[in-house]
Design a protein around this ligand. Structure first.
Ligand code: AMP
Length: 280
C-alpha cells in the first residue's frame, strides 16, 4: 500500500500506474479511525477491483457541532495498518484545503425528504457537507465503484442521488452494517464511550432486534416501534433522538406504497451521538 497525501501526488501516481488493464478502481471514502466496519468495505472493494483507494479526511463541512469535529478520533498509524491488511492499494490523506481548493465550503443541497428528514433535520447542513466532499473526492479519485456502509442508511440514499446526477458512471456499492460481538454498531465514535456507556448503548441494537423479530412474527410494526421507543426512553443514560420506520430509498415514513424497509434510530450516550438501523 502506498500513502499519497495530496491530489497532486494522487494524479501523478495515476499517470504513472493506471493503464488499460485496470478495469475497476474502487473507492472507499472515510473519516479515519478505521475499524472492522471500514475494513469490510475495503475488503469488498479489493475483491471486486484491481485498485482500491481509501481516503481519510475528517470533513469539516459535515460537522454541525464544533465540539464533535474537534473531538473526532484520529489515529493515522492504526489506519495504515487496518487499510493495508484489508487490501487497500492507496491510502489517500488530503487536507480539507486541498480537496476544497481553498477554505472548505458546502453548497446547500435539497433532495427533498432524503436530505430534510431525520439526520438532515437533526444535523442542519450535515448532508450539504457530505454531498460536497463526496462530489469533490469523486472528481479527484475518478473511481468506477464507490463503497458505502448501510450503517449510514440516509447518507447512502443521499450519495446515490448525488452520484446519479453528477457522476452517473460511478457504481455506488452498498455494504452491510458491521456490529461488535454484543450487537453494537461499530463506529469511530464508540471509542469515546466508557465501559458503562457501551452497556447503555447496547440497548439501541437490542431494541432494533426486538422490533425486527416482532415484525417477522407478524406483529404490527407501528406498535412495535412504539414499544421500543418507550423502552429506550426508560433507559438511564440514553437520550433518544428518534426511532422510526422508513423507506430506505425515499426516506418517507408513510407505510403506504412500498412500506417501510428499515427501522432507523439516533440516540446520545455520554454525549456521543450514535445511529443504527435494521432491515425489516
Ligand atoms: P466514516 O469514517 O464514519 O465516515 O465512515 C466511512 C464509511 O464506512 C461510510 O460509508 C460508513 O457508512 C462506513 N461504516 C462506518 N461504520 C460502519 C459499520 N459499522 N458497518 C459498515 N460500514 C460502516
Amino acid at each position: 500500500m502506498i500513502i499519497l497525501k495530496s491530489t497532486i501526488e494522487l494524479n501523478n501516481w495515476f499517470i504513472e500506474n493506471i493503464n488499460e488493464f485496470v478495469e475497476n478502481m474502487g473507492f472507499v471514502p472515510t473519516m479515519g479511525a478505521l475499524h472492522k466496519g471500514h475494513a469490510s468495505l475495503i475488503e469488498k472493494a479489493s475483491r471486486e477491483c484491481q485498485i482500491v483507494v481509501v481516503s481519510i479526511l475528517v470533513n469539516p463541512t459535515q460537522f454541525n457541532e464544533k465540539a464533535d469535529l474537534e473531538s473526532y478520533p484520529r489515529d493515522l498509524d492504526n489506519d495504515v495498518i487496518v487499510a493495508e491488511k484489508a487490501g487497500a492499494t492507496i491510502l489517500f490523506t488530503p487536507t480539507p484545503k486541498d480537496i476544497y481548493g481553498g477554505t472548505p465550503y458546502a453548497e446547500p443541497v435539497d433532495y427533498g425528504l432524503i436530505t430534510s428528514t431525520f439526520e438532515g433535520l437533526s444535523r442542519q447542513g450535515h448532508f450539504d457537507g457530505v454531498v460536497s466532499v463526496v462530489d469533490k473526492l469523486f472528481i479527484a479519485v475518478k473511481p468506477n465503484r464507490a463503497y458505502f456502509g448501510s450503517k449510514d442508511l440516509q447518507q447512502l440514499a443521499v450519495v446515490e442521488k448525488m452520484s446519479s446526477e453528477r457522476h452517473p458512471k460511478i457504481k455506488i456499492v452498498s455494504c452491510d452494517l458491521i456490529r461488535d460481538e454484543n450487537g453494537l454498531a461499530l463506529s469511530s465514535r464508540n471509542i469515546r464511550l466508557s465501559d458503562a456507556g457501551i452497556l447503555v448503548a447496547q440497548n439501541i441494537s437490542q431494541e432494533l432486534q426486538i422490533v425486527a423479530e416482532r415484525v417477522k412474527e407478524g406483529r404490527d410494526v407501528i406498535d412495535s416501534v412504539e414499544i421500543a421507543k418507550q423502552n429506550l426512553k426508560n433507559v438511564e443514560g440514553l437520550e433518544l433522538e428518534y426511532i422510526s420506520g422508513v423507506n430506505d430509498k425515499t426516506f418517507s415514513i408513510s407505510t403506504e406504497n412500498r412500506g417501510w424497509s428499515h427501522i432507523i434510530i439516533a440516540a446520545r450516550v455520554e454525549g456521543v451521538r450514535l445511529i443504527d438501523n435494521i432491515e425489516l
